[in-house]
Design a binder for this molecule. Structure first.
Ligand code: NAP
Length: 248
């Protein structure tokens, strides 16, 4: 996918989808900055990348803190010289409550970790990419960036916000060689679904016409394509990878 020698940054890269994206970037020849709040697992992903011959570093950053996002981007450029591709992926499920019961603290937290974080990373990534005159950014939304679902008001709102932010920034920077897209996974079998009971998880399967949950690797394949020059005419788009969830 022509990522040879490119620098790729992935947030939330210690687990699940972010881990799969980081590993696939490495397989395609990119130098990878693995970032997460989970240092132990993050360093494990770096070791996996290095074992395959890929260049990789870890930097611990809480994406809910703009200063740490700024530092992460600066560390990436200091380590590898450029920032060609970024996947703003870190996220949490947040509180599960009906809207009237949703706590104010829970609301602030999910909006900060799942939406503000994407703005923070995007802002500082763009600073570097504008100087370079090129770049590709993939923001991790969700099927819940297109439709709602009970008890997840904060998550749904944040993921819709990620799509709007993507569409706006993509228009602003398309002429300057920077493509920005959003990806919308259906329910993917990762630790993030730990918030749900086994019974709920079984019920989620039925929402996907394909008859199963997705894998992190299936999401990563789409991210890699969007990151590469194969997607040179694609910007401002929202791509579901959802086993047919949104087609129902
Ligand atoms: P995951 O396996 O839980 O991985 C997320 C990673 O992000 C974890 O390592 C987590 O660390 C880290 N993280 C959490 N808060 C962070 C913060 N403030 N700063 C930096 N890192 C942080 O989740 P996943 O399923 O791969 O999800 C990745 C993305 O895909 C999320 O944006 C999620 O909303 C989105 N998504 C997932 C699904 C799904 O069904 N799994 C569906 C649609 C969209 P800890 O483990 O220590 O919290």
């Amino acid at each position: 996918m022509d990522l040879q020698g490119k620098t790729a940054l992935v947030t939330g890269a210690a687990s699940g989808i972010g881990r799969a994206v980081a590993l696939l970037y490495g397989q395609h020849g990119a130098k990878v900055m693995v970032s997460d709040i989970d240092e132990e697992q993050g360093r494990q992903v770096v070791a996996e990348l290095q074992a395959t011959g890929a260049e990789a570093r870890f930097y611990k950053a809480d994406v809910g803190d703009p200063a740490q996002c700024h530092q992460l981007v600066q560390e990436t450029v200091a380590a590898f010289g450029t920032l060609d591709v970024a996947c703003n992926n870190a996220g949490i499920t947040g509180e599960l409550s009906l809207t009237a019961d949703y706590s104010l603290e829970g609301w602030q937290k999910i909006i900060n970790v799942n939406l503000n974080s994407v703005f923070f990373c995007l802002k500082y990534e763009l600073e570097v990419m504008l100087k370079q005159g090129h770049g590709s950014i993939i923001n991790m939304s969700s099927i819940l960036g297109q439709v709602g679902t009970p008890t997840l008001a904060g998550y749904v709102t944040a993921k819709h916000g990620v799509v709007g932010l993507t569409q706006t920034a993509a228009q602003e920077y398309a002429a300057q060689g920077i493509r920005i897209n959003a990806v919308g996974p259906g329910y993917i079998d990762t630790p993030l679904l730990g918030a749900f009971s086994a019974e709920t998880k079984a019920g989620l399967v039925a929402l996907h016409p394909i008859g199963r949950l997705g894998t992190s690797e299936e999401v990563a394949e789409l991210v890699i394509w969007l990151s590469s020059e194969k997607a040179s005419f694609v910007t401002g788009s929202y791509y579901p990878v959802d086993g047919g969830y949104l087609a129902r």
